[in-house]
Ligand binder design. Structure first.
Ligand code: HPA
Length: 269
């Protein structure tokens, strides 16, 4: 695996003329942020050696190199989900490559179901912590030398970046929630009993991504900031049928606000 990471990083270093220190993982329906990037190079995953290829509808599968908020950035348009059949090593492969490329800060976004009863569809939630509910751990196996065998997880989401996001949201009059994101394997959305269980466990939102990437980024010493768009509600008495299309629609409606916060954060951090 390490040799493959090296090979991919070497290939990308030769292709990319900038040295970005900021990376973004664009989640479901969050193409708006991609539209804000001054794209200098768009590299389909299929051209990148060793890169898994994304299959889900709405995930186009390109690495974008460009500028956002005046900074050189690298963005993943389309990510790899465990439910697609990828191993955890594949899901987190691009993060390991990012580390080799010199990325210092990672911005992640996702669509999620709200389990906090005060949340409503279209809310933006700053992720302050997570619960790893995936059946396989991304650091399972021999330890990578980027971090310790038993990594500390007391601050997986950088507190300074959360404070910066709060400051920006306040300045711009954008309402934000804060909470714990629970990452689970999918591909089913939750039954009412499962949403209830996740709430009891301490989750404010639940989704099928992000946690593996954040764990690996943290193990690489990359600072992480993450945000969820609440696209449906998993609260007793408020649960209605949910589909991928509805999730995308709800995400599309609110993504300009998230894009605004992320752009400004990148500019100032
Ligand atoms: N559950 C899991 N994943 C999700 C949800 C949900 O309710 N909404 C968007 N992604």
């Amino acid at each position: 695996m390490y040799a493959k990471i090296q090979e991919t990083a070497t290939w990308l270093k030769a292709r990319i003329s900038t040295q970005p220190e900021t990376a973004i993982v664009l989640g479901t329906g969050l193409g708006k942020l991609a539209d804000e990037i001054e794209v200098k190079d768009r590299i389909p995953y299929s051209e990148i050696p060793n890169m898994p290829v994304s299959t889900v509808e709405g995930h186009s599968g390109c690495l974008l190199i460009g500028k956002l908020g005046g900074k050189d950035i690298l963005a993943m348009q389309g990510r790899f989900h465990f439910y697609e059949g990828y191993s955890m090593k594949e899901v987190t492969f691009p993060i390991r490559v990012m580390y080799e490329l010199g990325i210092k800060t990672l911005f992640v976004s996702n669509a999620a179901g709200g389990t906090n009863p005060t949340f409503k569809i279209g809310d933006l939630m700053i992720i302050t912590d997570h619960i790893n509910f995936f059946p396989e751990h991304p650091l399972h196996g021999p330890n990578f030398p980027t971090g310790p065998r038993f990594p500390d997880m007391s601050e997986a989401y950088d507190k300074q970046l959360v404070a910066l996001a709060d400051e920006i949201a306040k300045e711009k009059g954008i309402e934000v929630q804060h909470g714990v994101y629970l990452g689970t394997q999918g591909p089913t959305f939750e039954t009412p009993a499962e949403y209830k269980m996740f709430r009891i466990l301490g989750a404010d939102s639940v989704g099928m991504s992000t946690v593996p990437e954040v764990i690996v980024a943290h193990h690489c010493g990359i600072k992480v900031f993450g945000m969820s768009i609440i696209t449906d509600i998993g609260v007793e008495g408020k649960i209605v049928e949910v589909s991928h299309e509805e999730v995308q629609k709800a995400a599309n409606a609110v993504q300009p606000l998230m894009a605004e916060i992320m752009r400004e954060m990148i500019k100032r951090s």
